[in-house]
Design a binder for this molecule. Structure first.
Ligand SMILES: NC(=O)c1ccc[n+]([C@@H]2O[C@H](COP(=O)([O-])OP(=O)(O)OC[C@H]3O[C@@H](n4cnc5c(N)ncnc54)[C@H](OP(=O)(O)O)[C@@H]3O)[C@@H](O)[C@H]2O)c1
Length: 267
């Protein structure tokens, strides 16, 4: 059974792999045997992940990429194929998490809307489109999208992120129903509150732990085993499915507790 979790000899592209959850997934997949292509804009950070992957005895390629630009996505995939010959798994993890502050709809500019949707949704479409043909022709491949609990529920004044992550949820369903007949499996990880920066860059924010049934936020390494499971043959009968990693947050319903991610509810 454990052999089915091996990623030996497989190539995984991780967008946003220079930091946080993307870096954690890259390292977990490398530990399981995969070679990793790390793609994001900040060259220094993706190279750091690549170095850490190599230290685990795997091959790694860092490709500076803005995933909102489909031409750059195409170049990144071409580099990956040049280096490794194929792309077995794509993890659509890149996203803007903290830079988009909640604000009233009338204060959101067209540009802010476009950027939010481009980074958090269109990027996943571009990357999936880029790898789909190769995977379909081969008859195998996995695409793992990373959404958010905010794709399943509303968040006050949280427009772009919520709309885009809801889009990621349904993009997963459309990709899964369209591509699985060709052997391409598509799934989605739905993180809740997972700490990726130490110390917290926003220490004045209300602590979230009391609103999470397990009593704490997650830590980045906790996403690793799930990524390995979904990327490997062990998950052979999952498709179009959602894997929530949130300590019971959605199960308990963050909103009815009187708490929304960035803005306390006044009920
Ligand atoms: N941590 C959580 O609590 C949590 C909860 C729910 C969902 N998520 C989701 O998990 C994913 C990872 O988040 P994280 O917490 O690990 O945050 P993070 O550390 O800020 O990671 C986001 C990554 O996306 C990359 N990125 C942003 N814009 C990009 C662009 N235009 N092109 C290429 N890469 C881009 C960033 O790298 P560059 O800036 O170098 O490009 C960064 O490495 C995101 O999709 C997020 O929505 C996280």
């Amino acid at each position: 059974m454990l052999a089915s979790l091996s990623m030996e000899g497989k190539t995984v592209v991780v967008t946003g792999g220079g930091t946080g959850l993307g870096r954690a997934m890259s390292l977990a997949l490398a530990k399981a045997g995969a070679n990793i292509v790390v793609a994001a804009r900040r060259a220094v950070l993706i190279e750091e992940t690549a170095v850490a992957v190599r230290a685990l005895g795997r091959r790694a390629l860092a490709v500076p990429t803005d995933v909102t630009e489909s031409a750059q996505v195409a170049r990144m995939a071409a580099r990956a194929r040049e280096e490794f010959g194929r792309i077995d798994v794509l993890i659509n993890n890149a996203g803007i998490v903290r830079d988009q502050r909640a604000k009233p709809i009338w204060e959101i500019t067209d540009d802010e809307w476009r950027v939010g949707i481009d980074v958090n949704l269109s990027s996943a479409f571009y990357c999936a489109r880029e790898v789909a043909r190769e995977m379909v022709d081969r008859g195998s491949g996995k695409i793992i999208n990373v959404a958010s609990g905010l794709g399943f529920r509303g968040g006050r004044d949280n427009y772009m992120y919520g709309a885009a992550k809801g889009g990621i949820i349904n993009l997963t369903r459309v990709l899964a129903t369209s591509l699985s007949r060709y052997g391409v499996i598509v799934t989605c990880i739905v993180p809740g509150f997972v700490t990726t920066r130490d110390p917290d860059p926003n220490p004045t924010r209300a602590p979230r732990d009391p609103f999470i049934p397990v009593g704490r936020t997650g830590v980045a390494t906790e996403i690793g085993p799930l990524a390995v499971y979904l990327a490997s043959d062990a998950s052979s009968y999952t498709n179009g499915d959602f894997f929530i990693l949130d300590g019971g947050g959605l199960a308990g319903g963050y909103a009815p507790t009187g708490y929304a991610p960035e803005v306390a509810l006044e009920i």
